[in-house]
Write a protein that binds this ligand. Structure first.
Ligand SMILES: C[S@@+](CC[C@H](N)C(=O)[O-])C[C@H]1O[C@@H](n2cnc3c(N)ncnc32)[C@H](O)[C@@H]1O
Length: 309
């Protein structure tokens, strides 16, 4: 194994055919149908280790050093714009951020005027140490009260919050229905769960193809296991599945896509829509062809208030 592949965790033992399905199918099918129970446990363990030990998951290396401090990069990034739009729309007073990493969005959250209580949880100890350092050095008068936790999102125990934010972190977590079940106990009724994530559509398949063609990728075994990560990006149907699983307790109230602009088909659709005077309405922006070519998505769930008698 070359250094380049050292960060890959130890995935479960899978046949070549299953590896191909693992890479190509969306997470909900992989998790509920493709993997056995022991393979799922294997993967969760491997995932935890990978997220904590990857050499590129250190504050200085991650995202070329763009972190808590990088407000210009954050404001120009579509994820940053979406996070800001969420904060401005819902004005949550208390926020749980799942997988803040080196805090690319954390500063925007803790300094948002509506936010008075912030909690962050991450499995990576160096990110948590770094954030502790950064948050403790900010002036207290502009800052929300904060708590940081080292661990898995599913282990979190805190007071109920108005909002949960995932930015590019849910796609690292394969057991999503369980995660949403945990979060439903934490988000207040009427509160929101918000995710900005890379998508598992056409550009993703090209990415997978490129990776698999790289020398060494997936071919070397570690302890007889295939080195896989759980980089299962997100899809609209998977979120619809989550919504229906909770039987009316969770409702999707907003969705948006980005990253399709370079693709020819969405460009033609956008042009035609403009020519016939439709403009670029939300239903078109989130339609199937646009989704298919997108690279990122944002989604807002609402924790539905129970009906009062
Ligand atoms: C790609 S990084 C995103 C970091 C940051 N939110 C951003 O936008 O730059 C994913 C983060 O999720 C964390 N993570 C992955 N699985 C997790 C889990 N089960 N519980 C808590 N954090 C997790 C990783 O350690 C990592 O910091």
């Amino acid at each position: 194994m070359t250094d380049r592949y050292q960060p890959q965790p130890l995935g479960p033992r899978l046949s070549a055919f299953k590896v191909a399905l693992f890479l190509l199918l969306p997470n909900n099918l992989v998790w509920s149908w493709l993997l056995s129970k022991s393979q799922r446990l294997d993967l969760l363990e491997a995932n935890k280790a990978c997220n904590d030990e990857r050499p590129d998951y250190r504050p200085i290396a991650y995202q070329n050093g763009n972190s808590f401090e990088s407000s210009a990069a954050r404001n120009n990034h579509v994820d940053g714009k979406w996070v800001l739009r969420f904060l401005e729309t819902f004005n949550p007073r208390s926020v749980l951020e799942c997988g803040p990493g080196s805090g690319f969005h954390t500063r925007m959250i803790v300094e948002h005027p509506s936010v008075q209580n912030y909690a962050g949880i991450d499995v990576n100890h160096s990110f948590i140490d770094y954030l502790e350092d950064k948050l403790s050095s900010l002036p207290v008068d502009t800052l929300a009260k904060y708590q940081l936790f080292l661990g898995d999102v599913k282990e979190i125990e805190i007071e109920p919050v108005d909002a949960v934010i995932f930015s590019a972190s849910l796609h690292h977590m394969p057991d999503r229905t369980e995660i949403f079940a945990t979060l439903l106990k934490i988000v207040k009724p009427g509160g929101n769960i918000f995710c900005v994530e890379p998508t598992h559509y056409f550009p993703r398949f090209l990415h997978v193809l490129r990776k698999v063609c790289l020398p060494g990728y997936l071919r070397d075994k570690v302890d007889g296991k295939t080195p896989l990560t759980t980089h299962h990006f997100c899809t609209w149907l998977e979120f619809k599945d989550v919504e229906s699983f909770f039987d009316g307790k969770l409702r999707i109230i907003d969705v948006d896509y980005d990253g399709y602009r370079g693709a020819l088909i969405p460009r033609i659709i956008a042009k035609l829509a403009r020519m016939i005077g439709l403009g670029w309405p939300a239903w078109l922006r989130t339609s199937f062809p646009i989704r298919l070519f997108s690279k990122r998505m944002s989604i807002v769930f609402s924790h539905v208030r129970p009906m009062t008698e």
